[in-house]
Design a protein around this ligand. Structure first.
Ligand code: WT7
Length: 658
């Protein structure tokens, strides 16, 4: 994107879509305006039409039945239709695409061969996995936890669950045994699918051994299906552990599809919130797939024959919607990468793009910043001429990173789609459409079809109706990809998302809408922090810290971090008589890693003899945030503190002095 760059008043530069891109795109500016209008004026008619992108076993007659009234929140789409997700992602493509590559697998080790899995092969693999799960006793409606490396078997397992009507719950392979155990129990899973080891960045995580540890805290009846990834040594519990590679030889190549109702759950995915332990976000079958597929096609302007690469892990919602379900529902070729951006070196992403002739590339700002730090040479030595579009997700992208992505990676010719969405939303809500939307570095720009963002005054809860506005970001009305409930706790669903601002879905993000109606996400307004594009509840890290015998109290906040976006800053008060030492600091870091996972490890940990509290004992996080941000000159009102001297000590000993 270069030619159309223009300075708009004092505001950000604007990059209009090139005429060439717009001419070949699914949607240009005119079509966007027209489609958006019908989508919000008559959602029923709009989605009745677009629901047809799927193959239904029994077509729906009802389209939208949604209610945001607090106490009675209920979200249903296409409710009387039946379908199967695996049939939509595989079987229906066999007629025309049996020999087309569905999944390109690029292993962690570049010396190891890539795999090209055709739709016909995907069908066989998923059928066999479905039969294996049925042999293990999995039935429609049962939960299956996946704790997997980024290998094709992870996609087979997801689709096999969908095929037989089981509900999968993926736990990111970077989570600890404790976190895995909690999710197995939380969803009352019958089976855990894992691998012996997960190679990543030249190292290996012992997934099977982590699973063994996790299951010490779970029901004895939970079975384990083990995929041999490296063939390394593992322990084996006869009767509980099943060898996938062995069962594969016996498994039948055909497995019938289960007829599912549109509102039957497809998956549960645990995500962090502002309070308590992670909650199980529930997505259902029909609406989710319609939305994931449609956003994949329009937002990335995916065309037949393109190679699409989303660098996320299937352990996050991005991997669910844009590695597996969206692309495969569209009959696309989707790339699965097992590794990390910087192994064996900082040109790995670009080498993979070159090797597999990637057309659309979708990653996170944290990866872009990390790679940018290695300069242009690792990018420039690769042939990126097949790239047509770039995307980002997970956190606001800073203009420097946007410009580098645009200039160095995209050579000024690839539109950048900055997609704002959440685990809860199933797919993109705010995003440019590359043939239609003028881009602004750092802005997620405009709503997708059917999405009605509103900016509310955080104090009054009133909608701000002027175009230029700043406040909290909420959504009016529903879209098909929206989460339906919290697994096992509908009250928590209602109170988390529909209580604070009645009649709206509350996103937890703050935003600014500029005079052109473009949205700029300003970050979370709750106690959730965003570390390298991963959501972390400060309450979770705090409860991990206080679970340590030497810790009396802990408070965790986010602070700006050059690469990660936000870093984790922990204030820790030790038990009486315990000496703060560097050794103890390391012990606590290791402790948090083992309680939650490496992504939760505090970046900065400050010993705090006291924490700033109100007289009623409430920790004043606002002050802790300011100190962590090294912005203690503007602490605001501290007069309500029980002991103001605590603050002086915290400032004196702050860890973030730069
Ligand atoms: C939170 C959701 C949805 C996939 C990845 C994360 C932040 C996400 C953007 C963006 C600014 C973004 C928000 C959101 N976020 N995308 N393009 N610009 N912020 O999913 O773990 O559910 O996190 O990520 O704060 O609420 P998630």
């Amino acid at each position: 994107m270069t030619a159309q760059a223009q300075e708009k008043g004092a505001s950000a530069p604007v990059y209009a879509p090139s005429a060439e891109f717009a001419a070949n795109a699914h949607v240009d500016a005119e079509k966007y305006a027209q489609m958006y209008e019908t989508s919000v004026k008559d959602p029923e008619a709009f989605w009745r039409e677009h629901g047809k992108r799927l193959d239904w076993i029994k077509p729906y007659t009802k389209v939208k039945n949604t209610n945001y009234s607090f106490g009675d929140v209920s979200i249903k789409w296409f409710e009387d239709g039946t379908l199967n997700v695996a049939a939509n992602c595989i079987d229906r493509h066999l007629k025309d695409r049996a020999d087309q590559t569905a999944i390109i697998f690029e292993p962690d080790n570049p010396e190891e061969d890539a795999q090209h899995i055709t739709y016909a092969e995907l069908h066989r693999r998923v059928c066999r996995m479905g039969n294996i799960l049925e042999d293990m006793g999995v039935r429609k409606g049962d939960r299956v936890v996946l704790y997997m490396p980024m290998i094709p078997e992870a996609a087979y397992a997801m689709l096999a669950c969908a095929r037989i009507g089981a509900i999968h719950s993926i736990v990111f392979a970077g989570f600890s045994p404790d976190a895995l155990g909690a999710r197995v129990n939380g969803s009352d899973a019958k089976v855990v699918i894992t691998a012996d080891y997960a190679p990543r960045g030249g190292r290996e995580t012992a997934l099977k051994s982590n699973t063994d540890q996790a299951l010490l805290h779970c029901k004895d009846s939970v079975k384990v299906l083990v995929v041999k990834r490296t063939g390394g040594q593992t322990t084996w519990i006869e009767g509980r552990d099943y060898d996938y590679n062995e069962m594969l030889l016996e498994a039948d190549d055909y497995c019938p599809v289960a007829e599912m109702r549109a509102e039957d759950p497809l998956f549960v995915l645990y995500t962090s919130g502002s309070t308590g332990q992670p909650k199980g976000v529930v997505h259902t079958t029909g609406g989710y797939l319609v939305y994931a597929a449609m956003t994949h096609q329009y937002v990335f302007d995916y065309h037949d024959g393109d190679v699409f690469w989303c660098t996320a892990d299937v352990g996050w919602v991005t991997g669910h919607s844009y590695i597996v379900y969206g692309p495969l529902a569209n009959g696309a070729t989707t790339l699965m990468f097992e590794g990390v951006p910087t192994y064996p070196d900082a040109s790995r992403f670009w080498q993979v793009c070159e090797k597999h002739k990637v057309n659309q590339f979708y990653t996170a700002p944290t990866a872009i910043r990390a790679l940018m730090a290695h300069g242009n040479e690792p990018v420039e030595k690769c042939d990126l001429s097949d790239l047509k579009l770039l995307g980002t997700v997970g956190e606001p992208i800073n203009p420097e990173a946007w410009n580098w992505y645009n200039d160095v990676v995209g050579k000024g010719k690839c539109p950048i789609v900055d997609t704002w969405w959440q685990t809860e939303t199933g797919g993109h809500l705010l995003t440019p459409l590359p043939g239609a939307t003028a881009l602004k570095p750092g802005s997620a720009t405009k709503p997708f079809f059917g999405v009605q963002p509103v900016v509310l005054d955080p104090q009054t809860g009133e909608e701000i109706t002027t175009t230029a506005a700043e406040g909290v970001l909420c959504l009016k009305d529903s879209w098909p990809g929206q989460m339906r409930t919290v697994w096992g706790d509908h009250d928590r669903f209602q109170s988390t998302y529909f209580e604070q601002y009645k009649g709206y879905y509350f996103s937890g993000d703050g935003c600014r809408r500029d005079a052109d109606g473009d949205y700029w996400i300003t970050g979370r307004v709750d106690d959730v922090i965003n570390v390298s594009g991963h959501r972390m509840g400060t309450a979770e890290v705090e409860s991990a810290l206080v679970a340590h015998a030497k810790v009396a109290e802990a408070a965790v906040v986010g602070y700006p971090h050059d690469i990660k976006g936000q870093g984790i800053y922990a204030y820790v008060t030790l038990m009486n008589g315990i000496e703060p030492t560097d050794e103890l600091r390391k012990e606590l870091e290791t402790w948090v890693r083992s309680e939650i996972g490496p992504i939760a490890k505090p970046d900065l940990l400050q010993w705090s003899p006291g924490l700033p509290k109100t007289r009623s004992g409430k920790i004043m996080r606002r002050i802790l945030r300011k100190i962590a941000e090294n912005d203690y000159g503007s602490l605001g009102d501290t007069s309500t503190l029980a002991d103001p001297s605590v603050v002086d000590d915290l400032i004196e000993n702050r860890m973030n002095k730069g």
